[in-house]
Design a protein around this ligand. Structure first.
Ligand code: FPP
Length: 266
């Protein structure tokens, strides 16, 4: 059931989440850290359902950062195992949602079995036209930008692009998923207040919602509170409030929603 106070015509189109706090959640209960990651999967499941219910088009989850490779070997292998298990066992429900799985990051660094599970999930859901479920795996925002620059330089060397004519749109075409609109809303759980190398380019104008909850305890009510928080924001994109209101009045006259017309723009 959708939350009654949420305005259905003004939900964020793209929500990105830094799922932090699994380890602390577990340790504070006398459990090993991996128990927090396992419980975190329950939250993943619940938040995907909530996104479907609210008509959110894209959900991007920071599941494993490029820096996470430096964690203790046992934790890394358990995270890989959990990812594989998730991709194998949850895919039926993902299919029922009509959702399409995508991945951003240096997937070439994943162990072969994890890579195969990722490829199978992508292939199996590739024809789905519902929400897009994007897993950031072995992902780093700076790495993404460097990877983009490397490919861009190659194209410039081969005369495919003229660096003098390069603009933001032209650069974005080299990012991992250039067709996706920027996140409207970034949620970070785990009581920390930083971006942690996530979507550095794409978060330029995203609204931030920082939650004190650890990820395993971030469930539908907390997610819906984040959506309500988002709906109270005025997104100005560098303009003044007056300009935004004029723009909304003009769009209303033209029969479109001023806020949503600004959604997903940088
Ligand atoms: C951060 O918590 C979380 C991670 C590094 C991994 C997130 C993984 C999951 C939620 C489970 C698997 C994911 C999917 C999509 C199936 P932390 O360990 O940094 O917590 P801490 O800050 O309390 O130590």
């Amino acid at each position: 059931m959708a939350h009654s106070e949420i305005q259905p015509d003004c939900v964020p189109r793209h929500v990105a989440i830094i799922m932090d706090g699994n380890g602390r959640w577990a340790v504070s209960r006398g459990l090993e850290r991996n128990a927090g990651h396992r419980e975190g999967i329950e939250s993943v499941r619940e938040i995907i359902r909530a996104c479907r219910d609210h008509g959110i088009e894209i959900l991007t989850l920071y599941a494993f950062s490029i820096e996470n490779w430096n964690r203790p070997r046992g934790e890394v292998s358990e995270l890989m195992r959990l990812l594989e298990e998730y991709l194998e066992t949850e895919i039926d429900e993902v299919m029922e949602h009509g959702a399409r799985v995508r991945v951003i990051g240096r997937v070439d660094r994943l162990p072969p079995s994890t890579r195969r599970a990722v490829e199978r999930a992508i292939a199996r859901t590739s024809e789905n036209t519902g929400m897009q479920l994007v897993f950031a795996l072995s992902y780093g925002g700076r790495t993404e930008i460097v990877d983009a620059v490397r490919r861009l330089c190659r194209d410039a060397e081969q005369g495919k692009i003229d660096p003098e004519g390069l603009d933001e749109k032209g650069f974005e075409a080299y990012l991992y998923a250039p067709d996706l609109p920027d996140p409207d809303l970034l949620i970070r759980t785990g009581a920390e207040q930083r971006v942690s190398n996530f979507l550095l380019w794409q978060l330029a104008y995203s609204e931030l919602h920082l939650s004190e909850r650890m990820w395993p305890e971030f469930r539908r009510p907390e997610f819906e509170a984040a959506i309500l928080d988002y709906q109270r924001r005025e997104r100005r994109f560098g303009l003044t409030s007056e300009q935004i209101r004029e723009d909304e009045d003009a769009s209303e006259g033209a029969g479109t929603d001023g806020i949503s017309s600004r959604r997903g723009q940088s």
